[in-house]
Design a binder for this molecule. Structure first.
Ligand code: ZN
Ligand code: ZN
Length: 415
């Protein structure tokens, strides 16, 4: 297939000009590689050092390179038991497909596998034949920003709540999200149960409000935690609760609780100052029969709003392998770029991970939504021949959303 050859040539050129300095402790990890259209087709590779790994990338030009967070004594032995696990990093994956941002309606395409009909949006069943549809998911700056916000929040919690400063590393996944790696001695030998516990904390899973110190009936009020003594989730919930109660009107109180607007005005707005004062001192104001449920609903609302949408499987599955930072993603041609923590907030994933040139390349685009790359919007395209900058052509070809037309005159490999 000429598309595959074209991409392989571009990837080869990139790897011959760039030395990949990831991952650390390379000799202990298992590697897996993928081909055009398949993320992992071979596993159980191992490399003595970064130079060997880079030789492999340059010579074999895999479309995808993944490695284990786990460290093994014998990483290349195919039998997982016989690899002999020494310990493992922790990895958290965020993917824009898991976020229900409104923009997804604009850049998800549905297609009917039976009759071939398709269109924009997340339609579940084909309008012509009723068959279940399949989705072609894309991302845009808006959903990637939502993913980035969660990534930043995770980094902040790992630093502030657990003191994991050193050993934290973030990279773009190469497609629709971010990966956070924690490589530190403290977590290296953390058993599975500890990993699950940490995951539960981060995702607010099964959070027990009473165990945190909220909602027990004591004297004339319900319990809370004094602001200056709150930690972890207690602090997260209290600070949201506090700022909400400072500004909320009756309608907002009504929409997140069991109170009608009138009740909210009567019970809460008129006593706002004393409620806030009580809250500071570690007490939830009691105003009648509905008050326990009121506080419970509000607290649950803030748990919902703050918990992290982490792919549960990745962070506890020791056998899974994930993209090697600083390698190319074979489904986009974008770099799984490592990001300095202080630069994460301003990081523009769909621009800063482009490594290919702007030389014109002619392709025949099949069906694409409008998509964003390197500061510009392209498309939407449908069954048309177009000339695109090389990086955008690579992106569509890697996604299998376009076919290659003839090569441009005088085209050179530049990355
Ligand atoms: Zn159909
Ligand atoms: Zn989007």
């Amino acid at each position: 297939m000429i598309e595959e050859e074209f991409l392989a040539r571009k990837f080869h050129y990139y790897y011959s000009k760039n030395f990949v300095k990831e991952p650390p402790n390379i000799e202990r990890r298992e590697f897996g590689f993928g081909e055009f259209g398949k993320k992992i087709s071979q596993r159980h590779f191992a490399f003595k050092n970064l130079a060997d790994f880079n030789n492999f990338l340059r010579d074999e030009v895999p479309f995808y390179a993944s490695c284990s967070p786990a460290h093994y004594e014998f990483p290349s032995v195919p039998d997982m038991q016989k690899k002999h696990l020494l310990g493992s990093d922790l990895i958290w994956e965020f993917d824009s497909d898991d976020f229900k941002t409104p923009c997804a309606e604009e850049h998800t395409l549905w297609k009917c596998p039976k009759c071939g009909l398709g269109g924009k949006g997340r339609l579940q069943y084909c309008t012509a034949c009723g068959e279940r549809t399949v989705f072609d998911e894309w991302s845009c700056p808006e959903c990637l920003n939502a993913v980035k916000k969660q990534t930043l929040q995770l980094v902040e919690w790992l630093q502030d709540d657990f003191g994991f400063g050193k050993g934290l590393s973030v990279n773009f996944s190469g497609s629709k999200g971010f990966h956070v790696h924690l490589r530190s001695q403290e977590i290296f030998s953390l058993p599975q149960s500890g990993r699950v516990e940490l995951l539960n904390y981060l995702t607010g899973f099964d959070l027990n409000l009473e165990a945190l110190g909220f909602l027990s009936e004591t004297g004339g009020h319900y319990s809370s935690i004094p602001l200056n003594k709150a930690k972890g989730w207690q602090e997260k919930l209290l600070s949201k609760l506090f700022s909400f109660l400072q500004g909320a009107d009756a309608l907002q109180l009504h929409s997140f609780s069991n109170l009608r607007e009138k009740e909210a005005s009567k019970h809460l707005l008129e006593s706002r100052e004393s409620i806030l004062q009580e809250l500071k001192n570690g007490r939830l104001f009691k105003f009648g029969k509905k008050s326990k449920q009121f506080w419970q609903l509000l607290l649950e609302h803030f748990v919902e709003g703050q918990k992290l949408f982490i792919d549960r499987q990745t962070s506890i599955d020791l056998v899974k392998i994930v993209r090697v930072p600083e390698t190319l993603h074979g489904g986009t041609g974008l770099l799984a770029k490592k990001i300095q923590l202080e630069g994460l907030k301003a990081f523009d994933a769909l621009s800063e991970t482009i490594v290919f040139s702007s030389n014109p390349v002619k392709v025949f685009a099949e069906k694409t939504p409008k998509f964003f790359l390197k500061g510009n919007w392209f498309g939407p395209f449908e069954q048309q021949e177009i000339e695109l900058p090389e990086f955008a052509a690579v992106f569509l070809l890697a996604r299998k959303s376009a076919k290659l037309k003839a090569r441009g005159k005088g085209e050179k490999d530049e990355a």
